[in-house]
Design a protein around this ligand. Sequence first.
Ligand SMILES: C[S@@+](CC[C@H](N)C(=O)[O-])C[C@H]1O[C@@H](n2cnc3c(N)ncnc32)[C@H](O)[C@@H]1O
Length: 295
Amino acid sequence: MRAATATLAAAGVPSPRHDAQALAAHVLSLPAARLAMAGPPSAEQQARYADLVGQRTHRVPLQHLTGVAGFRRLDLAVGPGVFVPRPETEVLVDWALAALAGTRAPLVVDLCAGSGALALALANELPSRPRVHAVDNDPLALAWARRNAEARAAAGDQPVTLHRGDVTDPTLLADLAGSVDLVIANPPYIPDGAAVEPEVAEHDPPAALWGGPDGLDLVRHVERTAARLLRSGGAVAVEHADLQGRSAPALFHRPEWTDVADHPDLAGRPRFSTARRSRPDRVPDPTCRGATIPR
Ligand SMILES: C[S@@+](CC[C@H](N)C(=O)[O-])C[C@H]1O[C@@H](n2cnc3c(N)ncnc32)[C@H](O)[C@@H]1O
């Protein structure tokens, strides 16, 4: 592992020691915390380890090599064709759990679901038999989401209903219009042409990344779709890039929304915008700061 750490560091891998340990744990089928107690690896295990470390030096994502991405309490299957869930997305789930506290059997929609990370985490953590729908327009991503959803349902979580659909379609989930308690989304939001790490550029699907000239093309559609789907008082949370801490919440400064806010991730960087669907008896604050005043 010491030699692998040095090899990975020389290749520019950002967390070489962590990745060397994670790959060793994967090859030995052990939790990383138990590596110190492992016996000597077999020749076959050593060869497999060398192969995986070599692939990692070519910046194949760690999660593609192990086949697993941790997200909240779940281990999700990932690989080529699906976006690898990121730790910064986990904070949206905390906000969603608080927003839905006290709502019985909440109706939840995850737009741009990818592996199903947000939808499945909420199905796993919401206490009151949630009804969760997840939408993506990419059949490859949906195949991974289906695999994860089947595994979670077999483990006893509430089932998640998957839809192949496009968030730009004004008829998407028309039968749920006006009845949803929470819309949550981590859409593509990287401005076209921005520099990204090789793991991202070469292994995340392009449709999961690029969001047009300012990165907000899909966020605009999420805002429109959420306004249509949510019941009065329902909540929306949408992830954005750290440079969009003003421009993303600004999209919600419309009469349909109240309580507009932006939130940081665990590293303190602006990470997601939230809002509540206005009640009909309230009108927007003319200063457009997201507050509402009684009519
Ligand atoms: C950044 S990934 C997020 C995946 C997952 N929510 C997560 O956090 O790991 C964005 C996802 O949006 C999907 N997507 C892109 N454009 C879309 C569209 N117009 N309609 C529906 N899904 C779309 C992509 O296929 C991709 O799976």
